[in-house]
Write a protein that binds this ligand. Structure first.
Ligand code: SF4
Ligand code: SF4
Length: 204
């Protein structure tokens, strides 16, 4: 694989998504090169058949302090919209024989992101992705409404004011609202500029 070219292509295709960091399997698959799809499918398939991530119960999500993670939820509550950083992250539990692949995918993603300018969608999406992780946030960092709403929902579930099932539904709604809002902003911007927009599949 020509990593530099693949990373550049990945950056360009991700930049077409207005609602990063949240992305569906289909949206991502449409934008990846066959070798990358193959690598992700291999690890994902392995995770499912050998129950690697489900048995681990989200150690990485817990360690990053993801606002969406809770052991009560038994898995990512927004699995089908999960953010980019989560999608390119696998770990040593996939075995030494897959160490190269795990590292290769991580490096590819870091390299793709490095092509982004400060205000690019990929970089802004990544910033939001990082703000979701408490481990990557300084106390003085502002929490955008999406993260703040997720925090409040999780707190209400921890206090027993709502069930975890309700919390999961609210998390998903929050992400779907964010995606719709960003999609709308993009359509308005293109309308203002008198450009036609390329339709992007939104799966809700
Ligand atoms: S990537 Fe690794 S740490 Fe994260 S859930 Fe899967 S097995 Fe656990
Ligand atoms: S968003 Fe990512 S880090 Fe958070 S729970 Fe889901 S997979 Fe884990």
């Amino acid at each position: 694989m020509n990593t530099e070219m693949t990373a550049r292509n990945l950056y360009r295709s991700l930049e077409t998504l207005p609602y990063l960091p949240f992305v569906t399997d289909e949206e991502l698959r449409e934008r990846l090169e066959p070798e990358v799809i193959q690598a992700l499918s291999l690890l994902e398939g392995l995770s499912q058949t050998e129950e690697i991530c489900s048995r681990c119960r989200g150690k990485c999500c817990h360690e990053m302090g993801c606002e969406l993670f809770s052991p009560e939820l038994e898995g990512c509550p927004i699995a089908d919209y999960r953010p980019l950083l989560c999608r390119f992250h696998y770990c040593e539990k996939f075995g030494p024989e897959h160490e190269g692949l795990v590292k290769g995918l991580r490096d590819l993603f870091v390299s793709a992101a490095s092509y982004g300018e400060a205000e690019s969608r990929v970089v802004l999406g990544l910033e939001l992705n990082m703000l979701l992780y408490r481990a990557c946030r300084k106390p003085e960092d502002p929490c955008p409404p999406l993260v703040e709403n997720i925090r409040q929902t999780a707190s209400a579930a921890h206090r027993g004011e709502i069930s975890w099932q309700e919390a999961k539904e609210k998390f998903r709604k929050e992400v779907e609202t964010y995606r719709s809002k960003k999609q709308m902003e993009r359509a308005l911007l293109h309308a203002k500029e008198g450009r036609a927009i390329t339709p992007v599949a939104v799966s809700f």
